[in-house]
Design a protein around this ligand. Structure first.
Ligand code: C5P
Length: 227
């Protein structure tokens, strides 16, 4: 069994302004295991955003890559050259694509002299619901077979995904809301404690922290509820 991370809190800094992203990262960094750079910040500032944020905290680069294997391999190689701790791809891209991402990050990190980031396969977005979605458990199983380090999975699917992937697989759960807070566009939400009890290794929390009056204090108080 892999030991649980020292700090399971990943704070999503979903903003478009790099200065604001840096000040948020500085505020929440001391309470966070990683900060998440996603499509909003990356499409505004690209690799420079990672270069700046990684000086403050380890970066979880959430690009949710989904394309033909060759393109994903090259993009993953480029992303790994930036020095990130985790990189996401879509599990729906298939086993060959996830395996290509794993090859890409190994190559890129080696070339740049960084530790290789874990490739995480996103199963089903927590803003979706419905019966027509692909099974998170089968997507996660395939991603593991392809060499992924873990998966991004909604809280309600953690237990079943853990069952098929075993203990040595990193489960990252977004759509987390401290008790009593706004669910925003997340349909399937759990509290931090519920998600960890269900088997999550990392929790991704964005707006409840970044939209609060005092992000540093909010991140700290959330961390206190789970430690
Ligand atoms: O602000 P909030 O806490 O809802 O942020 C959730 C973050 O997690 C967003 O950055 C979103 O991209 C991400 N995410 C998600 N569901 C997934 C994968 C990632 O909500 N399955």
């Amino acid at each position: 069994m892999i030991p649980p991370p020292e700090n399971p809190l990943v704070v999503a800094i979903d903003v478009s302004d790099l200065g604001r992203a840096e000040s948020l990262a500085r505020a929440v960094g001391p309470a966070a295991g990683m900060v998440k750079v996603g499509l909003e910040l990356f499409s505004a500032h690209g690799p420079a955003s990672v270069a700046r944020i990684r000086k403050i905290a380890p970066v979880f680069l959430d690009l949710k890559l989904h394309d033909i294997p060759t393109t994903v391999e090259r993009a993953a190689r480029n992303a790994a050259r930036l020095g990130v701790a985790m990189l996401t791809v879509h599990a729906l891209g298939g086993e060959a694509m996830v395996a290509a991402a794993v090859r890409g990050v190994r190559q890129g990190s080696e070339e740049a002299g960084h530790a290789a980031p874990g490739v995480l396969a996103v199963t089903v977005l927590s803003s979706l619901s419905g019966e027509s979605l692909a099974s998170p458990a089968s997507l996660a199983f395939e991603a593991k077979a392809a060499g992924a380090a873990g998966t991004v999975v909604s809280g309600e699917d953690v237990a079943v995904v853990r069952e098929v992937t075993g203990e040595e697989f990193c489960l990252v759960v977004p759509g987390i809301r401290p008790a009593g807070s706004n669910g925003h566009d997340q349909l399937r939400v759990l509290t931090p404690e519920e998600a960890l009890d269900a088997g999550a290794d990392y929790l991704v929390i964005g707006r409840p922290i970044t939209g609060s009056i005092d992000p540093a204090a909010t991140a700290k108080s959330i961390l206190a509820t789970i430690r």
